[in-house]
Design a protein around this ligand. Structure first.
Ligand code: BES
Ligand code: MN
Ligand code: ZN
Length: 512
């Protein structure tokens, strides 16, 4: 029986990436498109300028007339499609509002472009709005297009038959430079985000800790300067990681610890470390969760997925630093062998933990993952990223991930990188009362505290495993990992939140 189950899972695993190819993008020198299918930027109140205005002239005013008829106001993120305007077979007008000013605006422009032309079967020429303060606008817009065109598809089914959408050709003053930038930076980000999304979207009957480990190994095959190490349950136990081991012991599918090391910096230079919560499914364990919404907990490994995705991005673009992703992987199941409330686990650091709730499992796996990362790499920065608490969504809603650190300069750095990457953060408190709430009579700490704010309690728990000499940041992405409705650059579903943020953070640590 056992053997048969293993084989079946392995066979399914082979079918894994049911993911469609990224929408092809190209670059050409900017000039008024002669004809065919085009995408044009439209400013506030339907204003046409530059190449959009030239295209309207070629269409003898048909585009301006359509804007007026439809009352299209050119708001950022909105679009209007026309068919048959002068020399153009199809025109997608994409609003830029006050004008594209930031990288995020350009990504949105690209995303709206990809989504609004997803049914177009011929090549599409895309006029990119001028955003004078952003270098390589066309590359960033193209990256937004590929992120917005992401489609996980239906599990196990081949991509839908039929003619694929036409490729997108982005116009740029210096097309060769735009292409170089995209091939190096843009494509690397798309690869990292797509890996994180693919892993997070995968159903948990497939996505065991070992499956995740294997997928990460496969994703980095042939990527230069990368070493992937997988620790199995015996190695985890032998290393003394009782918190990670205990979290996974109720599952028939044992825990794993995966380390992805990228060496792009000087030999011996301390790496930056991303430690991700990788609960491949969170039932709550013996402290079992209520039924409604439990299905969502297949995304409880999103932090681990983003840490791997970020290192894939850094490796693919050849970032000049050393970085490591540590994925703390376990499945949280109720079972005859599962841990119970009241149990005491000994973590790798020697610190003991009294279990209040087996549903506060993320902090357990992070405690050992973070300690192991520090012991192994002595990182110059350690970040934990986790779908840790429902409470963070209550505090910040679906617009910001929670940022926790004792270091004001690091907080500033992360808040800025959040703005620049479009993956926004909001700093939340780490009051000593939240730590006091976890005082235990039988262990060094409890894994939960009453009366203290939930997201801060989780953060302070994890911080207990950060060494004083390690610059440390914790991110709670519970409300950001899954997009419920879909937007320009993130279709409904897994977000891959953190990859673009970490890419931006890494730039601040790179050799110039
Ligand atoms: N994985 C959950 C947190 C979560 C909730 C993620 C909603 C995404 C959406 C986490 O393991 C959990 O169960 N947290 C508990 C903590 C509590 C038991 C201290 C929570 O938030 O209720
Ligand atoms: Mn939980
Ligand atoms: Zn969880």
């Amino acid at each position: 029986m056992k053997h048969w189950m293993t084989t079946a899972v392995a066979a399914l695993a082979l079918a894994m990436p049911a993911i469609a190819e990224a929408r092809p993008v190209e670059f050409e020198r900017a000039a008024r498109p002669a004809g065919g299918a085009v995408v044009l930027p439209v400013g506030k109140d339907g204003a046409l300028s530059g190449l959009s205005q030239d295209a309207d002239k070629a269409a003898k005013g048909a585009i301006a007339a359509a804007i007026a008829t439809a009352g299209f106001k050119g708001e950022a993120g909105k679009s209007l499609a026309l068919y048959g305007a002068g020399p153009y077979s199809a025109v997608l007008l994409v609003g830029t509002g006050e004008g594209a000013k930031s990288a995020q605006d350009l990504k949105t422009y690209g995303g709206v472009t990809a989504q609004g032309t997803s049914g177009w079967k011929t090549p599409v020429i895309v006029v990119v709005p001028d955003a004078a303060d952003v270098a390589q606008d066309a590359s960033v817009a193209a990256m937004g297009a590929q992120l917005g065109a992401y489609n996980f598809g239906k599990w196990g089914k081949p991509a839908e038959a039929g003619e694929p959408a036409g490729g997108l050709t982005f116009l740029a003053k210096d097309a060769a430079a735009a292409k170089r930038t995209f091939d190096r930076d843009g494509a690397a980000v798309v690869a990292g985000v797509s890996l994180a999304r693919d892993l997070t979207s995968t159903p948990s009957n497939i996505k065991s800790p070992d499956w995740m480990a294997q997928q990460v190994v496969a994703a980095f095959e042939g990527v230069p300067n990368v070493t992937v190490t997988v620790m199995d349950e015996a190695a985890i136990e032998a290393a003394g990681m009782g918190a990670l081991y205990g979290t996974g012991q109720g599952s028939a599918r044992p825990p794993r610890l995966v380390a992805v090391e990228y060496k792009g910096g000087k030999a011996g230079e301390a790496p930056i470390a991303f430690v991700g919560k990788g609960i491949t499914f969170d039932t709550g364990g013996i402290s079992i969760k209520p039924g409604p919404n439990m299905w969502r907990m297949r995304m409880d490994m999103a932090g681990a997925a983003s840490s791997a995705g970020a290192v894939l991005t850094l490796a693919k673009r050849g970032a000049k630093l050393n970085a490591v992703a540590v994925l703390a992987l376990a499945e949280n199941m109720p079972d005859g062998n599962a841990i119970r409330p009241g149990d005491v686990l000994t973590s790798m650091s020697g610190k003991t933990i009294e279990i209040m709730s087996t549903d506060a499992e993320g902090r357990l796996v992070l405690a050992d993952g973070l300690w192991w990362a520090q012991e192994t790499y002595k990182p110059q920065l350690a970040v934990t990223i986790a779908t840790l608490t429902g409470a963070v969504g209550g505090a910040l809603g679906p617009d910001y991930a929670g940022l926790f650190t004792k270091d004001d300069a690091l907080a500033e750095r992360f808040l800025k990188a959040g703005e620049a990457s479009g993956e926004m953060l909001w700093r939340l408190p780490i009051h000593k009362n939240s730590l006091a709430a976890m005082k235990s009579d039988v262990a060094d700490i409890k894994n939960g505290g009453e009366g203290a704010p939930g997201a801060s309690v989780g953060a302070l728990f994890v911080m207990e495993w950060a060494k004083p000499e390690t610059p440390f940041v914790h991110l709670d992405i519970a409300s950001m990992a899954w997009e419920n409705s879909g937007n320009a650059t993130t279709p409904k579903g897994a977000v891959g939140y953190g990859v673009q943020l970490f890419d931006e953070i890494a730039r601040g640590y790179e050799a110039k």
